[in-house]
Design a binder for this molecule. Structure first.
Ligand SMILES: C[C@@](CO)(OP(=O)(O)O)[C@H](O)COP(=O)(O)OP(=O)(O)OC[C@H]1O[C@@H](n2ccc(N)nc2=O)[C@H](O)[C@@H]1O
Ligand SMILES: Nc1ncnc2c1ncn2[C@@H]1O[C@H](COP(=O)(O)OP(=O)(O)O)[C@@H](O)[C@H]1O
Length: 304
């Protein structure tokens, strides 16, 4: 018996960041949009917890208990009082989401592992229990479970689903190298030292653009408060952003904490043109086309 779950990547169409909180986290107005680049997590019974990983960047993914998918399985087993023998599982992660790219790949794997183990073990956790475990694992993990579009407040874990009135077409430029999320937030703090950082607030214009499915209006309202920090740590991203804009992207921005850059295109055809130009510019390692919104973590296969 095995269970396979497919989980999407995300782009932050608005990432408004407040000042550092006493616990070190930052309050956010984080408008998540799930995009059609997916990792797949397959859970198979095993004598003990084991992680394997395939796909681009698999060599950068930890295979021990620091892997977010392993932590998700252990958290579910502990809540349901499963013995080590009953909770033995082999989790295979087939990665397509860029690793350490600001697209929540690790969070996706955590949400996928949780859903796959819940189905494999028959623990029948409620939706709320799954969301609670997700929030313990990381700020972005609840969104990976629900997908679609949502406004994340608090540190990003408190979600309100959002309406999306049409498909949006994206290109993602995968950078050579990664950026550490904590390092980017630290750089944000450094850049704002001595200034009063305003409370993060979701943009009504942006939410209306999403609800209408209006790409031009969305392009005019995309913002990422972490972009200056990501550019400061990874200056060559400015060249990638410029190459995408020159190729006709409606808008260009750093995806979350980066270093993946995201380009909103008018339609699927324009997305292909932008992807080709980005690759030809030599300013990225790969260019991927993806549509949004995408569904959250979903069981796609059960094998006997
Ligand atoms: C920036 C964002 C945007 O969606 O994601 P990425 O672009 O990296 O994928 C998120 O805020 C990342 O969320 P996630 O990667 O789940 O972060 P966590 O594991 O919860 O926290 C990692 C570290 O990031 C910082 N952190 C995270 C969230 C937050 N609201 N404030 C923070 O300061 C803290 O330093 C924390 O120790
Ligand atoms: N299942 C996982 N997939 C990818 N990275 C993981 C995973 N579990 C832990 N990590 C660690 O988390 C870091 C952040 O990876 P990732 O979630 O892909 O990026 P981001 O936080 O920028 O979206 C990686 O450098 C890696 O060390």
């Amino acid at each position: 018996m095995s269970v396979t779950v497919r989980v999407p990547a995300k782009v932050n169409v608005q990432l408004a960041v407040g000042g550092a909180r006493p616990d070190g986290f930052h309050d956010l107005a984080n408008v998540f949009l799930a995009v059609g680049l997916y990792d797949e997590v397959t859970a198979t019974p095993a004598d003990e917890l084991r992680i394997t990983c395939s796909g681009p960047g698999a060599d950068q993914v930890p295979l021990d208990r620091t892997n977010l998918a392993a932590r998700a399985a252990l958290a579910l087993a502990e809540r349901h009082g499963l013995s080590a023998a009953d909770a033995g599982v082999h989790l295979h992660i087939d990665k397509d989401i860029p690793v350490a790219g600001g697209m929540a790949g690790g969070s996706a794997d955590a949400a996928g592992a949780l859903l796959a183990c819940d189905a494999l073990w028959g623990t029948r956790a409620s939706r709320q229990e799954l969301l609670d475990i997700c929030a313990e694992l990381g700020s972005d993990v609840p969104f990976s479970l629900v997908g679609g579009a949502a406004l994340g407040t608090g540190r990003g874990e408190r979600l309100r689903p959002l309406d999306v009135g049409g498909d949006f077409h994206w290109v993602f430029a995968v950078a050579d190298g990664g950026l550490s999320t904590p390092a980017v937030y630290r750089e944000f703090d450094r850049l704002h030292e001595g200034t009063e950082v305003p409370e993060p607030v979701a943009s009504e214009e942006l939410l209306a653009a999403l609800a209408k499915g209006d790409a031009d209006a969305l392009a005019a309202t995309l913002t990422n408060d972490l972009q200056p920090a990501a550019l400061s740590l990874f200056p060559s991203l400015a060249d990638t952003l410029a190459a995408g804009r020159a190729a006709g992207a409606l808008a260009a921005l750093v995806s979350g904490s980066g270093p993946t850059t995201a380009f909103l295109a008018r339609d699927a055809e324009s997305a292909q043109v932008v992807a080709g130009a980005l690759l030809a510019s030599g300013s990225c390692r790969a260019a991927r086309v993806a549509d949004s919104p995408a569904p959250g973590a979903t069981v796609i296969r059960r094998a006997a």
